[in-house]
Design a protein around this ligand. Structure first.
Ligand code: VGL
Ligand code: ZN
Length: 188
């Protein structure tokens, strides 16, 4: 892996690196845990350069509309305060990580870390212009987050080795779409 070349105005955004999305979890993504050592290197470099670290978490109430038993597409996962909703234990988040909680609405899912969280406002307030994005899952919440980031006018660097999809085809399609929309894939 090459060393990330952070610039002033950069932030690191880690999407949903939670136990339930890793092997053994409630909605396991193949090799989901393998993003952790990769993202830890980015965290180290970010801390060394004073680059702020943001981490989103999927944080669902019981009976969430995205759950199969409610007619949604997914098994029950990332229940608020459950073990499976915790960040992966090996992810070395700095103490001053800025937490983005999403998926808490009773009436609709929020795949993107920008969806009704105020994240764009927060980033502009901190004069962030460019985001390094990694996490889970590439074809679901990472893709939605990258799309919204680009729509909000941020430059996006997708950390290729630091993300994994729910399905292989979904991941390929998501990466093509993110690239076509202007995201740059680094560390592929
Ligand atoms: C996610 C499926 C359901 C994700 C969240 O974080 O990518 N995927 N909820
Ligand atoms: Zn979810």
């Amino acid at each position: 892996m090459s060393k990330p070349e952070f610039q002033p105005g950069d932030a690191l955004l880690l999407v949903d690196v939670q136990i339930d999305f890793c092997p053994g979890g409630a909605l396991p993504i193949e090799e989901g845990d393998q993003v952790v050592p990769v993202l830890n290197r980015y965290i180290d470099a970010a801390v060394a350069r004073g680059v702020p670290v943001y981490a989103s978490r999927d944080w669902h109430p019981a009976g969430h509309p995205s759950f199969k038993d409610q007619g949604g597409p997914w098994p029950v996962h990332c229940l608020q305060d459950s073990e499976g909703a915790r960040f992966h234990p090996d992810l070395c988040l700095p103490q001053d990580t800025i937490l983005i909680t999403k998926g808490t609405r009773f009436d609709q899912d929020q795949n993107s870390a920008f969806d009704q969280t105020g994240l764009a406002t927060e980033l502009r307030r901190r004069q962030i212009r460019r985001l390094w994005v990694g996490g889970l899952a590439e074809d679901v919440c990472v893709a939605a987050t990258v799309r919204d980031a680009l729509d909000e006018g941020f430059d996006v660097l997708l950390i290729g080795a630091g993300t994994r999809p729910v399905t292989v085809e979904g991941g390929q399609q998501a990466r093509r779409r993110m690239s076509a929309s202007g995201a740059h894939v680094v560390d592929a």
